[in-house]
Design a protein around this ligand. Structure first.
Ligand code: BES
Ligand code: MN
Ligand code: ZN
Length: 492
């Protein structure tokens, strides 16, 4: 994790490995670039002109030994045209600057955001630079090889324009968000033979200890006692014992209603007896990304320490086929008392979440937000740009959508309507666990809705956004930790 802090010195006198200053299209210098230009007697503007620097977002121009400047290097980064920098472009600039720093093996970077919306830019640059320095090396090669791949960048300082000197609290939130995202990515990227339900339980205990949370990790016996027949039906085919995990952060009076996050923690989803095809089945190690998001949010919350009560619930198990596995047609009784006919064992996420939602009732929550890689249908509908959002409360939905826009970690609302419920009717139980192919993301949400009647509720289907399934960037994205931490902070 990079160490982030504020810096008050002048751009030209800052002693560091590299100072980063912005130049817009048309060679228009930002305030900090102007300062460097003055100190260097026009050398910066001359270099920008000589290089025909485009100034577009993402463009970079590294300069060495600029006269009159204390830093060894000056990194010029493009800030686009007259329009204010978007969150996405700011994050991209942070990512590009950190990647350049790593390429040049430097340890410290001092960034001077443009004056317009400087705080937002700082916040996004924290996330972008953290992303550029993220490595998953736990299961890679020898220690020597791992050390060689370590990023060189250790410290990022922000030199804020005069009007934004009080950015300390926002920087703390941004750094905590980055730390949460890194944790979510780490848990997601762990191989499924490492990231077992038991491991998630152990991680929760570790996180609780380091971040001052109360934690309860329940095993099969305790889960049986709670009557979670639906959750346990998913574990029937697996040799790995399940865990039901509850993490509690208290930052307010005991009587203050908490916000409860509920995560789908399927540490591997084979589909069970309704077996998935072999191609890309490795992606199903990321089927615990909802749980990973809950861990990331709880970690960030433990670092920020907001004056609120927050609960994180994770239902963790594997979905495997075996002679003991659930069969299509089996009927189980959920903790709520409602019975479920399992017509497709691959629709297992809703089976574990429904019992977790019932469990959430005991907290008398102000809102419950579940996060799950729930349906392929959601990926078809929204791709990897927006996560699906369903909610019984317009104000809750809008608050999450707004946070998503602020953090460029977006959601698109889909309908929760009774007309979709019919498709879940069963002749043999209170409901079936699947409807037809049509509106698959919606009918999955409608299933969960039957267990979310006692509180304001939002369901986030993150199947399309939680990970990239191929290419150089194959891996967990850490979404939607940034949006959810922002959502928590909007309630302060
Ligand atoms: N974990 C999957 C959903 C998923 C699909 C996540 C693709 C990420 C990428 C979920 O458990 C599942 O298998 N859903 C089924 C539901 C169907 C049987 C109604 C699906 O989407 O096909
Ligand atoms: Mn499945
Ligand atoms: Zn699944």
């Amino acid at each position: 994790m990079i160490d982030y802090s504020l810096r008050t010195e002048h751009p030209s006198t800052t002693k560091t490995d590299a100072v980063a200053v912005a130049v817009h299209e048309g060679h228009r210098l930002s305030w900090a670039a102007q300062e460097i230009d003055k100190a260097s007697k026009g050398a910066l503007a001359a270099a920008v002109a000589a290089a025909s620097f485009s100034g577009r977002c993402g463009a970079l121009l590294p300069l060495l030994n600029v006269p009159g400047v204390a830093a060894k290097r000056v990194y010029v980064f493009g800030a686009g045209d007259e329009k204010p920098l978007s969150a996405k472009d700011a994050r991209g600039a942070g990512r590009a600057l950190a990647a350049l720093a790593n390429e040049q093996s430097i340890a410290e970077l001092c960034v001077f955001p443009i004056a317009d919306n400087a705080k937002m830019i700082m916040q996004q640059m924290v996330l972008g630079s953290s992303d550029a320095c993220y490595r998953f090396d736990e299961t890679k090669g020898t220690t020597a090889k791992r050390a060689a791949e370590k990023p060189s960048l250790k410290r990022v300082r922000f030199g804020m324009p005069a009007a934004d000197k009080d950015s300390g609290s926002l920087l703390k939130v941004a750094a905590a968000t980055a730390s949460g995202i890194e944790y979510t990515k780490y848990l997601g990227n762990l191989p499924p033979n490492h990231c077992t339900p038991k491991r998630l339980g152990d991680e929760a205990k570790k996180l609780a200890k380091s971040h001052g949370l109360k934690v309860t990790v329940m095993d099969r016996k305790q889960i049986e006692k709670l009557g979670m027949g639906s959750f346990l039906s998913v574990t029937n085919g697996s040799e790995e014992p399940p865990r039901f995990i509850v993490m509690e952060y208290s930052g307010a009076k005991k009587t203050d209603a908490p916000t409860v996050f509920v995560g789908k923690g399927i540490t591997f989803d084979t589909g069970g007896i309704s077996l998935k095809p072999a191609g890309d089945m490795d992606h199903m190690k990321w089927d615990m990304s909802g749980a990973g998001t809950v861990f990331g949010v709880m970690k960030a919350v433990g670092e920020i320490k907001p004056k609120q009560n927050i609960v994180g619930i994770v239902a963790a198990c594997e979905n495997m086929p075996s002679g003991k596995a659930t069969k299509p047609g089996d009927v189980f009784t959920s903790m709520s008392g409602q019975t479920i006919e399992v017509l497709n064992t691959d629709a297992e996420g809703r089976l574990i979440l429904c019992d977790a939602l019932t469990y959430a009732e005991r907290f008398k929550p102000r809102a419950v937000i579940d996060i799950a890689t729930l349906t392929g249908a959601c990926v078809v509908a929204l791709g990897g740009v927006n996560a699906g959002l369903f909610s019984t409360s317009d104000s809750l939905a809008n608050a999450i959508i707004d946070s998503g826009k602020t953090m460029n970690d977006r959601f698109w609302r889909l309908p929760l309507e009774d007309d979709y419920q019919e498709a879940l009717n069963s002749n043999f139980a209170d409901m079936a666990n699947v409807a037809g192919r049509e509106g698959g993301a919606i009918t999955a949400a409608c299933f969960l809705w039957r267990f979310a009647k006692k509180f304001d509720w939002a369901h986030l289907d993150i199947a399309g956004v939680a990970y990239k399934g191929s290419g150089k960037e194959k891996g967990a994205t850490g979404r939607p930790v940034a949006a959810l931490v922002n959502y928590v902070m909007t309630m302060e």
